[in-house]
Design a protein. Structure first.
Length: 401
């Protein structure tokens, strides 16, 4: 437990050894599950809970932050399990606790906690709750990054409990941004968190930031990572989010070609298709991006895939399927903001050629716009095959004009 201000206390959990979050995101610097207590003159509120794996330790931290008081409210800004996992235990420990949240989050909580008698107080955007000499104002901000997300503002402390916004997977015991020991690592973690968590929701980030305009802020208390303070990193985090969320037209066009190639055959097709594309779009950023089991880190390829205007995928067929690096690439495709993204498929195969067909099914599920039938070559491409590949690249490029 650490005191953040006169009325705000930190009672979160440090998890410095975490290296993978939610099975998909690397966390080289660990993480924290931030929870806070706000002590008013008449009522006491907890803002966000913790992961169920840490329920016992969390209750000890919470007791210290409560200072002998029993909490009246639990404000749930977001129901993802790393925030809501300990709520069932809190309801048992504090039978008089009322959960304060929005309607979407309430629906989720009923299915997460599996209790029909949840003590819920549903609020709307702009709603307020008094704790006596301090009050809570609720800012509903859907799709930051779940439909249930909201933020909580305490005007008397000029403190924003921002949920996942402005957070990061970065764990140091100092809690405050003024005590960060490795600022360069923190900045990397902040950007990675934005890209992975909020990258698909940039328009909603803009809407959320607009709702914060004009709010005096001394503290921003996120659900993960350090508390941000005025005069330290708070203003910079606000400015970075505004810049990262901005979407601008890309000139020239970005048309990357991602491929894997066991014996160089698919690679030859990729090069021919690129030649056809740049013939029509000479200024296009048409990178050849080779992926294989040695690639390891896919962050740069994921970013390129999700920021491009159109793309091509090439894969040989192994064991009647596309090779794992292509599936790994598509595992992080931004399906929220990329409907009807133009794409094309190609590959060399031996005795069977299912790779591109399987990839086509996945791209259709992702609502991409497939260009023509997949371009397939049996074993080694001939000069005629490469000419046909270049011609397909030319047609693909013309379709982007």
């Amino acid at each position: 437990m650490k005191q953040i201000s006169d009325r705000i206390f930190y009672c979160g959990i440090m998890n410095p050894n975490m290296r993978v979050f939610d099975v998909i995101m690397r966390t080289e610097y660990g993480t924290s599950y931030n929870s806070y207590v706000i002590r008013g003159s008449e009522k006491v509120a907890i803002v966000d809970a913790s992961h169920h794996h840490f329920s016992a330790v969390y209750r000890e931290e919470l007791r210290a932050a409560l200072g002998g008081a029993a909490p009246d409210y639990l404000v749930v800004n977001h129901t993802e399990p790393d925030h809501s996992g300990a709520i069932g235990d809190l309801l048992e420990a504090y039978p008089g606790l009322t959960i304060v949240t929005n309607a979407v989050a309430a629906k989720n909580l009923r299915q997460i906690i599996n209790r029909g008698d949840l003590p819920l107080q549903i609020i709307k955007d702009g709603g307020c709750l008094s704790l006596g000499d301090v009050s809570l104002q609720f800012i509903v901000a859907p799709f930051l990054h779940w439909p249930d997300t909201m933020m909580t503002y305490v005007p008397e402390e000029q403190a924003l409990f921002s949920c996942d916004v402005f957070g990061c997977h970065y764990c140091e015991p100092g809690i405050l941004d003024t005590r960060i020991g490795y600022p360069a690592d923190y900045e990397l973690a902040l950007r990675q968190y934005f890209d992975c968590i909020f990258g698909p929701f940039r328009p909603f980030v803009v809407k959320g930031l607009n709702k914060l305009e004009g709010l005096p802020l001394q503290l921003v208390c996120p659900s993960h990572g350090p508390v941000l303070t005025r005069g330290a990193r708070l203003a910079n985090a606000l400015a970075q989010y505004a810049a990262w969320a901005r979407t601008e037209a890309r000139q020239p066009l970005s048309v990357p070609i991602f491929y894997s190639s066991a014996y160089g055959n698919t690679e030859q097709i990729a090069a021919a298709m690129r030649a056809g594309i740049v013939e029509i779009l000479p200024d296009a950023a048409c990178d050849l991006v080779k992926l294989d089991a040695r690639t390891g880190e896919y962050a740069a390829a994921w970013a390129l895939l999700n920021e491009c205007d159109a793309f091509l995928l090439g894969s040989p067929t192994i064991n009647r399927d596309a090779v794992p690096p292509l599936w790994q690439l598509l595992s992080q495709f931004d399906a929220v903001n990329s409907p009807k993204r133009p794409c094309a498929l190609f590959g060399s195969y031996g005795w069977s050629g299912e790779a591109c067909g399987n990839l086509a099914q996945r791209l259709e599920q992702l609502k991409c716009r497939l260009f023509e039938a997949p371009f397939l070559v049996n074993f080694v491409p001939t000069e005629e095959d490469l000419s046909r590949a270049a011609a397909l690249g030319t047609r693909f490029a013309r379709a982007l004009l």
